[in-house]
Design a protein around this ligand. Structure first.
Ligand code: C2O
Ligand code: CU
Length: 602
């Protein structure tokens, strides 16, 4: 009985405690207020004819934190994990001073889904668009948010995304513009996965001989919060855990979503997981999908949905259920045999006092190995009328074979037998200034050998490391066929979510087995293909995407699974680099470009 009373009010009590605590601390020491002011209230805005420049000042440093109840370290921004949410309007400019306060590590931040039209140097990819920012240095990211949508940001140097360097980036429609749907309120979920082993050690593991795989995450996090070794719904859980005893002010206490009955909410969802493919559900509430990766889609309704790393969605749901009870929101692992319990939070109808734990069974996700479920889901996504249409024909086609290989005993991922290794001089600088020693001048192959059996383990004969670039003709229409294959082990093939920087692409189609142009091309959807920045390739299957190379810059295209990327699963595209007007020298103050600048100044 006491337990249930405590459970009923834990969130409410804790909120009061937190604010009281903060109040007293501030009273005690005025300096605290000053500090807080500088650190957190550093967002000022300047308006000129409706367009706004948003000024932000961020400091990144390590911090002790318990994302799931077990203390570890996270990369925090201005003392927060996850990093602060950026909320702006389409057309706004972000002016963000990023200070690296890590003691001995470089840093960059990538703005996932933002196309960086005209500012390729602000894409935040180490070795590609800029040099890593040195400890103690500040880098200015200045870029325009050209399109409304749900996005996020994250570290893009080594495996810093796994270290918790991420946050939400929400772009609302421009003033006077409307969304093609209506809603009364908005909620936001940033999804991630969490390991107790630090990312430095994970990197060492992946790069050792034999490779030590990172394994399944210990916890899934919703807005940076998860519960390890205890569950909000222990009595329903398959994992032997006890009931969480939470006061509510813990760093890992779930963030409850408060709603009013009989309203429609927009739920924004972004997945920045390192590894996990997730399935999301809201108990007893249907979700209407309306946006994917910052583009509107034809609305369709689901009970639960798969979300791959790198994808973002908006769904609408109506709070039309019994307002006297609360409901679960759950995320569960799919696609890999789950060793990680589902993460839960609570949908709280306001009529209800405080935040009572629901007494019902949390949503049950489709079986982890039910591949057809995921395929059916992705095949329901179509662009809403009004989205840009794909050109009818392609100028160039790349077929990218995804294989896992051994290179000198190291386990790597390779694309057409080349495992990507990033150079020390950012490609953007090397290409712009014609520094041919900056990276492999031989471009990687446009396809793979005829007769390769995608159903069998790779023969591992001729895989190599490489840093070559696909040089795309400016404004060319490019097709990429992502061709999945068997891994090193027999009878295994995994789903890979491929993410393209600097562009959205049309997902023209998915297929099983090997792509055969004569047979498969005719089935491409050129009428209403979804326009996205991330596309999945299913086990043993292929996925065809098309984009127009119209954004001068150098752009990564890679699997968004963090360990895969760092085992070489990516390629680099360059287009129209001579049209780039200006690259701040700050972005290129390393490697060969730094040397070049020194010569110029002498
Ligand atoms: Cu969100 Cu290159 O990644
Ligand atoms: Cu992958």
């Amino acid at each position: 009985m006491i337990d249930s009373i405590r459970r009923k009010s834990w969130i409410y009590m804790s909120m009061r405690k937190v604010s009281m605590h903060m109040h007293m601390k501030a009273m005690r020491d005025m300096r605290v207020i000053v500090c807080w002011f500088i650190l957190f209230v550093s967002i000022t805005t300047q308006s000129s004819v409706g367009k706004t420049t948003r000024h932000l000042k961020w400091e990144v440093e390590y911090m002790h934190w318990s994302p799931d109840g077990v203390e570890g370290t996270v990369m925090a921004i201005n003392g927060r994990f996850p990093g602060p949410t950026i909320r702006a309007r389409a057309g706004d400019t972000i002016h963000l001073e990023l200070m690296n306060k890590l003691h001995t590590e470089g840093l960059v931040i990538h703005w996932h889904g933002i196309r960086q039209l005209g500012t390729p140097w602000a894409d935040g990819t180490a070795s590609i668009s800029q040099c890593a920012i040195n400890p103690g240095e500040t880098f200015l990211y200045k870029f325009k948010l050209d399109k409304a949508g749900t996005y996020f940001y994250h570290g893009h140097y080594g495996m810093q995304r796994s270290a918790g360097l991420y946050g939400s980036l929400i772009v609302e429609v421009g003033k006077g513009e409307n969304e093609p749907f209506k809603y009364d309120g908005e909620l936001n979920l940033l999804l991630s996965d969490w390991w107790h082993k630090g990312f430095h050690e994970q990197q060492v593991d992946l790069f050792s001989k034999p490779m030590r795989w990172v394994g399944e995450p210990q916890s899934l996090l919703i807005n940076g919060r998860g519960q390890y070794n205890c569950s909000l719904a222990a009595h329903f859980s398959n994992f032997s855990t006890s009931e969480c005893k939470l006061r509510g002010d813990e760093q890992y206490a779930p963030q409850v979503l408060h709603v009013y009955p009989n309203k429609t909410y927009r739920l924004r969802i972004a997945s920045t997981t390192s590894l996990s493919l997730l399935n999301l559900a809201i108990e007893k509430h249907k979700m209407l999908l309306v946006e994917a990766d910052g583009n509107y889609i034809q609305p369709f309704s689901v009970q639960n949905m798969d979300i791959s790393s790198g994808e973002t969605y908006s769904v609408l749901f109506t709070t039309d259920q019994n307002p006297k009870t609360n409901y679960w929101i759950s995320i569960s692992v799919r696609g890999r045999n789950p060793k990680t319990p589902q993460a839960l939070t609570i949908l709280n109808y306001h009529l209800n006092s405080a935040s009572r734990i629901p007494h019902s069974l949390p949503p049950v996700a489709p079986r982890w190995d039910d591949e057809s479920y995921g395929k059916a889901f992705y095949n329901k996504i179509f662009a809403l009328n009004g989205n840009p249409k794909p050109p009818a024909k392609h100028d160039k086609r790349l077929v990218l074979l995804n294989t896992q290989n051994f290179i000198e005993g190291y386990t790597k991922w390779a694309i057409n037998n080349v495992s990507l290794v990033l150079p020390s001089t950012p490609y953007l600088g090397s290409i712009r200034y014609g520094l041919s020693n900056g990276f492999d001048q031989e471009p990687p192959p446009d396809g793979y050998k005829h007769g390769y059996d995608v159903m069998k383990p790779a023969p591992n004969k001729n895989s190599t490391y490489g840093s070559g670039v696909y040089m795309l003709r400016f404004n060319a229409t490019v097709d990429v066929i992502l061709q999945n294959a068997n891994m090193i082990k027999d009878s295994v093939s995994e789903t890979h979510p491929w993410h393209l920087h600097g562009h959205d692409f049309w997902v023209l189609g998915y297929g099983e087995g090997e792509f055969v142009a004569e047979k498969d091309e005719g089935r491409f959807n050129l009428k209403n293909p979804p326009f996205r920045n991330t596309g999945v390739v299913f086990p043993y299957g292929w996925t065809a995407v098309r984009f127009v190379a119209n954004n001068p810059g150098v752009w990564a295209f890679h699997c968004h699974i963090e360990p895969h990327l760092h085992m070489g699963m990516g390629v680099v595209f360059a287009e129209g680099v001579r049209h780039i007007k200006e690259i701040p020298t700050q972005a290129l103050s390393c490697g060969l470009t730094a040397k070049m600048f020194m010569k110029i100044n002498h």
